[in-house]
Ligand binder design. Structure first.
Ligand code: ACO
Ligand code: OAA
Length: 371
């Protein structure tokens, strides 16, 4: 048997949801650059689940379905209050909350395709509500009910702050959601597919995926980038800070990628947004520091920034708490997880690779009292 560390280069499934070919990312064949410029997140959700763009009626319908399903059971909000809430990471709270949602869904274990689609709608709709409710409850504030007249992006910011966001903030947040929605067979999506390929339910698949996204080598990197920017503190310190980390063989968060070799096509959009938003908030230092870090890293190693690098200063500029950055990734990526889960069910086979055993061989059993 041959093994490939980290399954690098292994093609584990076919998929029609998204592709990365020659450093170009497409969702169902649509280039991410076009979607980032022109699409609403709701259009992208429809695209990922139906593999075609919605017409006006279809878009109105999915928007209505999402807004009608956005409220979460009050028992889950009460449950948040029972956590050691100041210590709990919001990704851990989200992982638990999604698992709990399954307990309140009478269709949770109904495996029929239309029931699975209805669960996809419910989960996508409720994720923003869960994240924002947790964020408020831990500050001693009451959760804000979702509004039916707002886009998913605007609703998230509205539920977080209690105030309707500016058009600039809504546009930026929508674009960030579009850019994060799907990414071929990344670790969390693979996790979701492995889970549901046992014919386990949608909630289990998404709960497992949240667990995989949480790690700093994957979605957790955006929060880690902000921690690094905060530690650097000012542009003048960036070079020394990065050179020291590289000399110590430490990883620079937000750089590198398993699949892209010449750069992540999403990063340029986030970089532009970072420049615009940090200027608007009167804190250009976050953008300037990021640019300097990029300069230093790329002059030392062939490691371009990935999606997580500039998203950190974007979310910071929107006034979002740093530990909510990864949950926001999940609010967007759940659309992709669900697309892959539905695709997996549609043509399922158990996912079960092999391991090349390298442990001790032919051991002789010794009775307990003799060990
Ligand atoms: C949404 C996302 O998930 S995007 C990725 C988010 N994660 C991060 O930003 C964390 C930082 N980046 C990394 O850890 C990696 O680049 C990953 C996890 C993204 C990809 O990892 P892999 O493909 O397994 O590459 P691997 O970790 O083996 O690195 C290969 C080499 O590049 C180096 N390298 C990779 N990324 C970095 C980095 N960010 N900083 C410094 N060195 C790096 C490694 O140290 C290794 O060097 P070596 O060959 O001298 O030992
Ligand atoms: O594809 C990956 O390995 C990680 C990534 O960029 C993503 O999930 O968006």
């Amino acid at each position: 048997m041959t093994t490939t560390r980290g399954l690098e280069g292994v093609v584990a499934t076919t998929s029609s949801v998204s592709s990365i070919i020659d450093d170009t990312l497409t969702y169902a064949g649509f280039n991410i650059d076009d979607l980032a410029e022109h699409a609403s997140f709701e259009e992208v959700v429809y695209l990922l689940w139906h593999l075609k763009l919605p017409n006006e009626t279809q878009l109105a319908e999915i928007k209505q379905q999402l807004s009608e399903n956005a409220s979460v059971p009050k028992e889950i909000l009460e449950h948040f209050k029972t956590y050691p809430i100041q210590e709990v990471h919001p990704m851990a709270a989200l992982r638990s909350a999604v698992s709990l949602l399954g307990l309140y869904d009478s269709e949770a274990d109904v495996m029929e395709p239309q029931a699975n689609y209805r669960k996809a709608i419910r989960l996508q709709a409720k994720m923003p509500t869960l994240v924002t409710a947790f964020a408020r409850i831990r500050k001693g504030l009451d959760p804000v009910e979702p509004r039916k007249d707002l886009s998913l992006a605007a609703n998230f910011l509205y539920m977080l702050t209690g105030e309707e966001p500016s058009p600039v903030a809504e546009e930026a947040f929508n674009k960030a959601l579009v850019l994060h929605a799907d990414h071929e067979l990344n670790a969390s999506t693979f996790t979701a597919r492995v889970c549901v390929a046992t014919l386990s339910d949608v909630y289990s698949g998404v709960t497992a995926a949240i667990g995989a996204l949480k790690g700093p080598l994957h979605g957790g990197a955006n929060e880690a980038v902000m921690k690094m920017l905060t530690e650097v503190g000012e542009v003048g310190r960036a070079e020394e800070y990065i050179r020291e980390k590289l000399a110590n063989k430490e990883k620079i968060m937000g750089f590198g990628h398993r699949v892209y070799r010449n750069g992540d096509p999403r990063a340029k959009h986030l970089r532009e947004m970072s420049e615009k938003l940090t200027n608007l908030t009167g804190e250009p230092k976050w953008y300037e520091m990021s640019v300097k870090i990029e300069e230093v890293v790329t002059s030392s190693k062939p490691l371009p920034p990935n999606v997580d690098f500039y998203s950190a200063s974007v979310y910071h500029s929107l006034g979002i708490d740093h530990d909510l950055f990864t949950p926001i990734f999940a609010v967007s990526r759940v659309s992709g997880w669900l697309a892959h889960i539905l695709e997996q069910y549609d043509n399922n086979r158990l996912i079960r690779p092999r391991a090349d055993y390298i442990g001790p061989d032919m051991q002789t059993f010794v009775a307990l009292e003799k060990r």
